[in-house]
Design a protein around this ligand. Structure first.
Ligand code: 5CA
Length: 438
């Protein structure tokens, strides 16, 4: 993409409405714009990152055996009356009336809708287990939307729902998601610590929040000091095998959110305990038959008896992750994208757009990189070198290639790594070969 043609409305000054670094940088880097409180438009650069995050989430869901569907954003109130949650959910739910005065709502979560789908479609224990997910916008009329996409009112969530015949099956489904979550966040270069958590309005008695430690996090969390040195990378797993040992391994060290942490009952001494802030990027719930009983989601068991489905639900804050990624990856100059979620792999800067030789060399390299399938953002604008460097650092692409008259005369190009700041002069062909090879 040529920057001269790209819609990238950068902002030089720090926007006064943004209190945390990710919100500031998302606005400054032209990724999002606020439409109304807690509701954002995603501009081209931001949308590219959102899609990459979404794709990693999707791939790890698919790998675990979950199947993608797409449920609507607008739901009938009726279903929520059946589950008993319509009145309980309170003011966070955006309630709407259609032209026939039917009560509708903008879905804050989808337990009811998915249970309705499954109850009409699954009749026998032989059809189990099933795990269905979707990646869809949610609306929660938060009292205090803040920090940009971190606590929005409209936000993108991946949510899935598992259906099993019995508690043992349901725990296996829970473990699958638990492992899939570790893998998902690790692929984004994030260290997300699974913490015992309260279940809130979703219900149930087994729940974990996946928390990224960050000073700007909204959750107060407590964990064993050893978590700080623990690498949360989870290797590839056999999802059909016994996952309980892995689950135990990842829950052996103490970690809990403040709703559940009780200093009196904490199993580890105060000097081994870390008190910190966290960004909740995902949560898993096992709630048994909380929805299947009131909604009548039952199957015929092996002896013909009627069995209510054992369920769990599992959420990942896809849009929140974009903010969390920036909180974990930035410096004074701007964002530093991990390669796995970067909006473009490379930035190509032509320092002298007016110079014919520079333009020819930069155009040629751009065409070759594109031909090799490399995603490049090419700064071909007629701007000062300083403005170009600042823009490229702000948007944080993993590597930059810089062409100027001096290096060109020597047949070389400057390569700069955004994270390390390391610079290297390479022959142009060598630079091409390095990035074209992936
Ligand atoms: N039905 C369950 C699991 S599918 C559920 O709704 N869980 S949740 O309430 O924990 O939400 C899942 C994830 O969505 C959270 O872990 C968080 O990362 C994200 N999320 C929740 N509320 C917001 C919000 N207001 N803005 C941005 N992300 C949010």
């Amino acid at each position: 993409m040529r920057l001269s043609q790209y819609f990238l409305p950068l902002i030089r000054e720090n926007p006064s409405e943004a209190q945390i670094v990710s919100h500031r940088l998302m606005l400054r880097a032209g990724m999002i714009r606020q439409s109304s409180a807690g509701i954002y438009s995603w501009l081209p650069l931001g949308l590219r990152v959102l899609k990459r995050v979404e794709q990693i989430v999707r791939e790890e869901q698919d790998r675990s055996g979950a199947q993608e569907i797409l449920m609507p954003t607008i739901q009938p109130a009726e279903l929520w009356r059946e589950s008993g949650r319509y009145d309980d959910y309170g003011k966070e739910m955006l309630r709407i009336q259609d032209r026939h005065d039917r009560e509708m709502l903008y879905g804050p979560t989808n337990e009811e809708v998915v249970t309705d789908i499954v109850r009409g479609a699954i009749r026998s224990y032989r059809d189990l287990p099933k795990n269905l997910y979707h990646i869809q916008w949610k609306f929660r009329d938060e009292v205090r939307p803040r920090f940009g996409v971190m606590r929005g009112r409209e936000f993108l969530m991946k949510d899935n729902y598992s259906f099993d015949l019995d508690a043992a099956g349901a725990k296996h489904s829970y473990n699958k998601m638990f492992v899939a979550y570790l893998r998902t966040f690790a692929r984004m270069g994030l260290k997300a610590i699974p913490m015992r958590a309260d279940t809130g309005p979703i219900g149930g008695d087994l729940s974990h929040e996946f928390q990224i430690l960050a000073e700007t996090g909204e959750s107060a969390v407590f964990c064993d000091r050893r978590w700080l040195e623990t690498d949360t990378t989870a290797d590839d797993v056999d999802y059909d095998g016994d996952l309980e040992p892995l689950f135990r391994k990842w829950t052996a060290l103490y970690a809990a959110t403040d709703e559940i942490h009780d200093p009196q009952k904490c199993p580890i001494p105060p000097d081994e305990l870390v008190t910190a802030r966290g960004i909740e990027v995902g949560q898993t719930f096992y709630f048994g038959t909380k929805y299947s009983v009131p909604l009548g989601a039952v199957v015929a068991g092996p002896n013909g008896e009627e069995v209510a489905l054992e369920m769990g639900s599992y959420g990942i804050g896809v849009s929140r992750l974009v903010g969390a990624l920036i909180e974990a990856n930035h410096d004074d100059a701007g964002i530093i994208w991990p390669e796995s979620v970067a909006p473009f792999r490379l930035g190509l800067i032509n320092l002298r757009a007016a110079d014919a030789k520079c333009r020819e060399a930069a155009d040629d390299l751009y065409a070759k990189l594109r031909g090799a399938g490399v995603e490049v953002l090419y700064d071909d604008r007629d701007e000062s070198p300083g403005a170009k460097f600042a823009a490229m650092d702000l948007i944080g692409l993993p590597d930059q290639l810089i062409i100027g008259p001096r290096s060109l005369a020597a047949g070389t190009i400057e390569c700069k790594n955004r994270r390390s700041g390391e610079r290297q002069n390479l022959p142009i062909d060598a630079a091409l070969a390095r990035f074209a090879a992936g």
